[in-house]
Design a protein around this ligand. Sequence first.
Ligand code: KG4
Ligand code: ZN
Length: 385
Amino acid sequence: MTDLMIDRTPAPIGSGLILGIESSCDETAAAVVRTGSEVLSNIVATQIALHGAYGGVVPELASREHLRNLVPVVRAALAQAHVRFDELDAVAVTEGPGLAGALLVGIMYSKALALGLGKPLLAVNHLEGHIHAVLMHSRTAHEFPLLALVVSGGHTHLYLAEAAIDGPWRYRNVGRTVDDAAGEAYDKVAKLLGLGYPGGPWLDAFASHGDPRAVPFAFAQIRPRIPAPDQRQRFDFSFSGIKTAVLRYVQAHALSATIEARRAILAQSPHLRPTEAASLCDPQTLNLIASFQSAVVGNLLRQTFAAAEAFGVRGLLVSGGVAANRELRTRFTAEAGRRSLPVAFPSIALSTDNAAMIAAAAWPKFLARDFAPDSLAAQPQLQLG
Ligand code: KG4
Ligand code: ZN
């Protein structure tokens, strides 16, 4: 198929208004962001209730919901920002990684919108979006090289990042999970314990009621199967072992009956929020949860600060859904303080999936006129760096 030849050269910078669109997983999101840092609106339609019944995201249902939600979500984002379609300077959309069908809905819509408006289209890597969520309101306050930890339901990555002010960023992956992502471990352990989906907010709320030293969990050292050709160090993660260790603990301590009772109570009260439900867990389960979280956060902390030291970075950015975790924020902030290393997180609302981060990551691309081709396609396995 030949690309349509359309001149979409924008006015030089205009007022820097970018409409971001995100549909890579189970949130349909749209946002208007000015010059990559000022969030004028941020609308997220979550599908948690729909997928919660299955304990995880069902790809076909996700695509169908994106189709249903995208137009109203975009309209709401423009209305909240008091911006008209013709005032936008560009449309930015998540290109990958993510679920193929879900990504496709956002990409097809964004292509049609950009074409209809005669505005440029920008393609954004979802992982780069998470990193740029941290830069909202502080885009020029960071010194390079930076180390970025992106820790979510689908990813646990460490990236070295370099950039010129407002220029495109360059990334090198120096750590990734060899099996489950940290958020995936949270979700699986919460499910195993009869708690709600997604598991992160539940375990976060309950962990503060337990003893983090009650159950000792150990992490294996991850060695690369193939040494990096340039002998540079890697800082990989593994979270499937701790999930199995929690399962063994549950079996050895005969917790199944209390778990099933809890599952039944939550099924009867689907609107119960994690902060209202700590009484659902006995002290032994609260200790198990506190120990799980302490071990996961401790592992993320050790690997991240070891990489920060090895690469001599000037600052840390921590983002992704798990970066909403309170213990993680407290311990990373304390450790960074001890080392006099600046650390930054997004706001809680911008930690989980959203479209403001997509519009923010698109800003340096917009300035560099790095526009997406008309042949833009979904990249479910897209990597960064
Ligand atoms: O970034 P995100 O919204 O979607 C992905 O790109 O995966 O992250 C969702 C993940 C889920 O696994 C969820 O359990 C986890 O982030 N999460 C948390 C917290 N809030 C969300 N994990 C730990 N503590 C939290 N407070
Ligand atoms: Zn994400």
